[in-house]
Design a protein around this ligand. Structure first.
Ligand code: SAM
Length: 281
């Protein structure tokens, strides 16, 4: 079953959280010259026009990227947010409105250097067709297939460094265990890889299975960051967004804390941001 389409949620608070962490990690990794293979196991379409009927139906970007983009002048003194918002602005067509929101392939492709590689997996045929229409640099490859199996098969990579984003839709409850199993297998083959994993915070609390499997599997250096819109409990629906970074770059926690201190209040009075080690060194 593959029914999830990210266009319904593009630019929401979870995308903001995920892509800000991704942006900060990539920014840090590019400070060194040695080449990197970037792997996006669940790519989606690549870019999302905000006037698409799917995106307009829920309009989630109005409570995610839009409030930040509107405040970009006031946020210009916060370095991470400013560079993230500059990147979003670069993608617009120059008008006064926010028209397009970039997905993870765009965030990864935009700063790809000559010796780097980018592998983009997408399993859904329709989503892959959209991705296939995106202009990408020659060292980016699109793969219509399973990104979790593809990642483990592809390791070790031909470059000295590796950075992976695992961003499933979690349509099936088994996906939490599958992601944990994939990550543990991947880290056995690429011990120094930097791996980012997104997970939803839902009332059922299934993300705890993912976290506990990673800890019980012996993985170290797992940093966790969570952005919540309201306290857990009671209601249905996603109340927060979680990101794990295995082998996080030095200084990531501080850079994100400073950016999120400014971004979180723009997402609503009840929003909260927390971060720290899930498993330390
Ligand atoms: N990473 C994207 C971004 O940040 O813009 C959003 C990805 S969306 C949350 C999840 C995507 O994974 C969907 O497009 C879905 O079709 C795709 N998908 C689901 N299972 C997959 C699998 N096993 N391998 C690759 N793609 C998969």
């Amino acid at each position: 079953m593959l029914s999830y389409q990210h266009a319904y949620h593009a630019g929401n608070f979870a995308d903001l959280h995920k892509h800000l962490v991704l942006h900060a990690v990539v920014d840090h990794l590019l400070r060194k010259a040695s080449p990197i293979t970037f792997v996006d196991t669940h790519s989606g379409r690549g870019v999302y026009p905000l006037d698409a009927p799917e995106t307009q139906r829920l309009g989630e970007y109005r409570h995610g990227v839009l409030p930040l983009w509107r405040e970009r002048g006031r946020l210009a003194d916060e370095p991470l947010l400013a560079s993230w918002l500059d990147a979003v602005t670069d993608l617009q067509h120059g008008g006064p409105r926010l028209e397009v929101y970039p997905g993870s392939p765009w965030w990864l492709a935009r700063r790809l250097r000559h010796g780097d590689r980018l592998w983009l997996y997408e399993l859904h045929p329709g989503e892959h067709d959209h991705l296939a229409q995106q202009p990408l640099p020659a060292n980016a490859r699109r793969i219509h297939g399973d990104g979790l199996a593809g990642l483990v098969q592809a390791l070790p990579v031909p470059t000295p460094r590796l950075c992976v984003l695992i961003d499933p839709s979690f349509e099936r409850k088994e996906e939490y265990a599958e992601v944990a199993g994939t990550l543990l297998a991947a880290m056995r083959k690429a011990r120094h890889g930097v791996v980012l994993v997104w997970y939803p915070l839902l009332p059922a609390g299934r993300h705890l299975e993912l976290l506990e499997r990673l800890r019980d599997g012996g993985l170290r250096k797992i940093w966790r960051s969570e952005l919540t819109l309201r306290p857990p409990g009671g209601e249905h629906g996603m109340y927060g967004s979680g990101m794990l970074v295995v082998n996080p770059p030095w200084g990531l926690d501080e850079r994100l804390a400073a950016a999120m201190a400014r971004a979180t209040p723009l997402l609503g009075e009840a929003s909260r941001y927390t971060a720290g080690w899930w498993v330390a060194e």
